[in-house]
Design a protein around this ligand. Structure first.
Ligand code: SAM
Length: 215
């Protein structure tokens, strides 16, 4: 799976991608993440990428020219959907992560900043708009990283244990519900005990106990 990230702040992604599961996925070439700094596409002599909003109001709006040029250029290298991260988008869910992973080999993610982007970019060049929840962040970089993480872990081989992805919250195995509580050794910690049933060795009873705790 190839992700192309369009952002003003590519460095923000560095630490998350340079450790743990996603690092391994990159090293094993199970995923590829390319960055495109929108500022590099600005034709302004000061590399300006934003301007004041028509109609007045607070803040700045990311302007058409750098975004049109950047998106058109990246589309030559990546034939997947162009997804704009925005609070006005459709709410991101496990189902959406599954569908994006199943139906695409390439995805382009556009991260907004400031008040957002000129509507004409959205009208002309964006295929999907996704929100990660009903709150406002300073930029689309964290939402893009969330999409990469949740989509990447659907790709066979990305998780160490192939089975573990099928046994998470929202999976078919749990009928779309959220997972039961986990415990590990020791059986008693500072007087807090692990439920007896989990130590019983009775698999049918353990399954029943877990099923009753799915939410
Ligand atoms: N003026 C916008 C509004 O009221 O909806 C918020 C702009 S926000 C400060 C800057 C950028 O952060 C957005 O263009 C978007 O790319 C990203 N962003 C912020 N919150 C987000 C969310 N909940 N989901 C996805 N992207 C978000």
């Amino acid at each position: 799976m190839r992700f192309d990230i369009l952002t003003l702040f590519p460095n923000l992604f560095e630490s998350y991608l340079s450790d743990s599961i996603l690092k391994r996925a990159l090293d094993q070439e199970l995923i590829d993440v390319k960055f495109h700094n929108i500022r590099d596409y600005s034709s302004d002599k000061h590399h300006k990428v934003d301007d004041t909003p028509y109609g007045g109001g607070a803040g700045m709006v990311m302007a058409c020219q750098p975004l049109f040029d950047c998106i058109k250029d990246v589309k030559k290298q990546n034939s997947g959907p162009v997804i704009f991260l925005t609070p006005q988008g459709e709410r991101f869910t496990q189902n959406k992560a599954n569908n994006l992973a199943a139906n695409n080999k390439e995805i382009i993610l556009l991260c907004g900043r400031y008040e957002g982007i000129d509507q004409r970019v959205r009208d002309q060049l964006i295929d999907q708009e996704i929100s990660i929840g009903d709150y406002v962040l300073t930029g689309g970089e964290l939402p893009a990283m969330i999409l990469i993480d949740s989509i990447a872990r659907q790709i066979p081989g990305v998780l160490g244990n192939e089975d573990s992805q099928g046994e998470d919250s929202f999976s078919e195995k749990f009928a779309g519900k959220k997972e039961y509580p986990h415990y590990t050794k020791p059986a008693e910690y500072e007087g807090h005990k692990v439920p007896d049933v989990l130590l019983s060795g009775n698999h049918a009873e353990i399954e029943k106990w877990r099923e009753e705790r799915l939410k």
